[in-house]
Design a protein around this ligand. Structure first.
Ligand code: 8X3
Length: 248
């Protein structure tokens, strides 16, 4: 199978790419960071082809796809992994640019790639779109405001895609991880503040990118007649929080 992975240069995307290559598949790895992508290709070899682009730049992605070897032309699985959280401030203090950037990547980038690959999958009468959602799309938490809302979009979009595709042999799955360490997620959320980022995982045992890659691999490797709609996964040390009541 040919598997297209967005946000492939680090974290979940990198582990997902490594896992599918290990299982004998081909990867088209998309990311903006040239050096990291070239490093990934050096590590994974010719079965990993790279596309250096912003996830929103479909024109550039399309042009680079055309230059790939023939056996990478038809994508069987699209893994919409690119996404980010920016800030954890209460909504009234949040930066509007952060909100827009999250919408731009987590929603716009994801729908553009999906819209680009879907007609090809329908005409091939097979395909699988695997979205990386989040528990933040289901459970509200302070400061999760737009990040959680983008992931709620991803969840509902995934379910609505199934409504259109159930009779076209296209699978759609939404993987919804909770607290996950070992990636740049919190460092990016806190704009490079290592102390704040490390504190998120202090004295706990979060999920790791490898755990997410295993879940993605599992849904993809099931027999074709099985569609996993959603996987909500948390570390054992995390649980949905109690409701807060302000008493002033
Ligand atoms: C990542 C999970 O709980 O940090 O999407 O929002 S959480």
């Amino acid at each position: 199978m040919v598997v297209f992975v967005s946000g492939a240069s680090s974290g979940f995307g990198k582990e997902i790419s490594k896992k599918f290559i290990k299982e004998g598949h081909k990867i088209i790895a998309l990311a903006r960071r040239r050096d990291l992508l070239i490093g990934l290709q050096n590590e994974l070899g010719e079965a990993c082809q790279i596309i250096i682009s912003d996830v929103n730049d479909i024109f550039s992605i399309q042009n680079q796809l055309k230059k790939l070897p023939q056996d990478f032309k038809s994508v069987d699985i699209l893994i919409n992994n690119a996404g980010l959280a920016l800030g954890l401030e209460s909504a009234e203090k949040a930066d509007i640019n952060d909100w827009e950037k999250m919408i731009q990547t987590n929603i716009n980038g994801l729908i553009k790639l999906t819209h680009f690959f879907l007609p090809q999958m329908v005409s091939n009468k097979k395909g699988h779109i695997i979205n990386i959602g989040s528990i933040a799309g289901t459970y509200p938490y302070p400061g999760g405001n737009i990040y959680g809302a983008t992931k709620a979009f991803v969840k509902q979009f995934s379910l609505n895609l199934r409504a259109d595709l159930y009779d076209k042999n296209i699978r759609v799955s939404n993987i919804e991880p909770g607290l996950t360490g070992g990636s740049e997620f919190s460092l990016i959320r806190f704009k490079g503040d290592n102390n704040k980022a490390n504190k998120v995982y202090e004295n706990t045992k979060p999920l790791q990118p490898k755990d997410i890659a295993e879940a993605v691999w599992w849904v993809a490797s099931l027999p074709e007649h099985i569609n996993i709609n959603r996987i909500e996964m948390m570390p054992t040390t995390q649980a949905p929080a109690a409701l807060n009541v302000a008493k002033n």
